[in-house]
Design a protein around this ligand. Structure first.
Ligand code: AMP
Length: 214
């Protein structure tokens, strides 16, 4: 199954993608995670991407498109994948369409996770991620058992630089301007499954799997 998780920053795409990986046994492809890994490793790509990420802007389409095109051709993608955070612009969606065509593949679903804007800032501001394994927590809604430590691996948890309030507001504006139009782009292709992204994590997951028929 090839699917896209679409939704504003803080909608829960990363959390739900990880649950879907277990259920469907296909990889999560998160461009945000790929970029953060490049930043951490200090690669030329990471150094360039960081300037955009720190401001809450999108990394240029040509960088991202090349990254994803290469990723989709790896062996673990033959049974499908969950795209998380890509595409983010109509240009990226069109490039994805061309890549899939060249691979004789097509998308099955685009899940649109819908969360009211006022909830998003609250969710993102409390978000913490494990530096080692990437597990995610929320200081209020799903805290780790020991403050600052990951339950799964004991690694340190941290707040992403771009999760600070001013940057979050910019990211939400960028989403409304550049990414939200993808909903009508994919609606025209009959692929959009709208899922309310509010409530408990397992309940949201049930809504998604019901929408996918899995
Ligand atoms: P995310 O973890 O998906 O919220 O992404 C964090 C940041 O990485 C974004 O604010 C962008 O700066 C950058 N980014 C991630 N995915 C993309 C993409 N598909 N296109 C452009 N920039 C991206």
């Amino acid at each position: 199954m090839r699917l896209i998780l679409l939704g504003p920053p803080g909608a829960g795409k990363g959390t739900q993608a990880k649950l879907l990986v277990e259920r469907l046994q296909i990889p999560q492809i998160s461009t945000g995670d790929m970029l953060r890994a490049a930043v951490k490793d200090g690669t030329p790509l990471g150094r360039e991407a960081k300037q955009y990420m720190d401001r809450g802007s999108l990394v240029p389409d040509e960088i991202i498109i090349g990254l994803v095109r290469e990723r989709l051709q790896r062996a673990d993608c033959t049974r499908g994948y969950i795209l998380d955070g890509f595409p983010r612009t109509v240009t990226q969606a069109e490039a994805l369409g061309k890549t899939l065509e060249a691979l004789h593949a097509s998308l099955d679903h685009v899940v649109s996770l819908e969360v009211p804007t006022e909830d998003l800032v609250l969710r993102i501001a409390g978000r913490r991620t494990c530096r080692n394994c990437g597990d995610m927590y929320h200081v209020r809604f799903s805290p780790s058992k020991t403050d600052g430590r990951c339950d799964a691996c004991g690694g340190p948890t941290y707040q992403r630089d771009d999760d600070r309030e001013e940057t979050v507001r910019r990211r939400l504006a960028v989403y409304a301007d550049q990414t939200a139009p993808l909903i009508s782009f994919y609606e025209a292709r009959g692929l959009v499954r709208r899922v309310p992204g509010t409530g408990e994590i397992p309940e949201i997951f049930r809504r998604i799997t019901a929408a996918l028929g899995t």
